[in-house]
Design a protein around this ligand. Structure first.
Ligand SMILES: [Zn+2]
Ligand SMILES: [Zn+2]
Length: 242
């Protein structure tokens, strides 16, 4: 499904062996140490390497990690996983997410960003929950469905950041304070676009008494203009973040 070659051996994944390794890890010369947003220069960062949005505290989360950019083979893999029903991709994709985390990360629970039950029913599975499973064994902490989606929200691809935020207000609810109170939470989503979803969920977790919120996504949208990007070094997973 990636290169168009005929598979010579029966396998559960619709990819040949080389294609399985085509999803590239994020790289950027300049990036925020907390949310890892890539920038064209160091100008938006303060002397501690933190961007303005993180300094403002409005993101609600402490750190954000992603495996790669939402483009190329990784984007195709995510589409196959989400829309073509290739559920078995959850294993390899979840393994990529594990690679994006610092080795010394300490969390108590893993909370997937939920799908509305209607979409879940239609799709047959909840992609974030499936992605969170490989993390459960690697980090040895449980997946807890602490957030529920109370209202169906339209796919957000074409809306503006302001529209997205108002669209999300009240769309998520905490299943119960007892799940998150005093806990260090790893919030898992598939793709980070504007960050509106994880910001909304982080605020909810904070209100429930979460001690810290770290966001982990499989991919993030690179908003830098393509001509200005100079990808010299891969982002180190530990990047001095803690
Ligand atoms: Zn291939
Ligand atoms: Zn930042």
């Amino acid at each position: 499904m990636l290169c168009g070659e005929i598979l010579r051996h029966a396998r559960r994944l619709p990819y040949c062996e080389p294609c399985l390794h085509k999803a590239e890890a994020m790289s950027a010369e300049h990036f925020c140490l907390r949310c890892r947003t890539p920038f064209l220069s160091d100008a938006p960062l303060d002397h501690q390497g933190v961007c303005r949005r993180c300094r403002s505290g409005l993101t609600g989360y402490d750190y954000a990690y992603s495996y790669g950019y939402y483009e190329g083979p990784l984007r195709k893999m995510i589409h196959h996983f989400k829309y073509a029903g290739v559920e078995v991709l959850a294993g390899p994709l979840g393994a990529l997410m594990v690679q994006a985390l610092p080795l010394d990360l300490q969390v108590d629970i893993i909370v997937p960003v939920p799908l509305h039950w209607r979409r879940r029913l239609w799709r047959g599975f909840d992609q974030c929950e499936l992605l969170a499973r490989p993390l459960e064994s690697r980090l040895r902490v449980p997946v807890v469905r602490a957030i529920r989606k109370s209202r169906h929200t339209e796919t957000q691809a074409s809306s503006t950041p302001a529209q997205r935020r108002s669209n999300l207000t009240g769309a998520f609810v905490l299943a119960g304070k007892e799940f998150v109170e005093g806990k260090r939470v790893l919030l898992v989503d598939d793709v980070l676009t504007t960050g509106a979803t994880v910001t909304t969920c982080s605020a909810l977790l904070r209100r429930g008494g979460a001690k810290s919120v770290t966001v982990l996504t499989l991919a993030r949208v690179d908003r830098r203009p393509a001509e200005g990007r100079v990808a010299l070094t891969a982002l180190p997973a530990t990047g001095g973040a803690r």
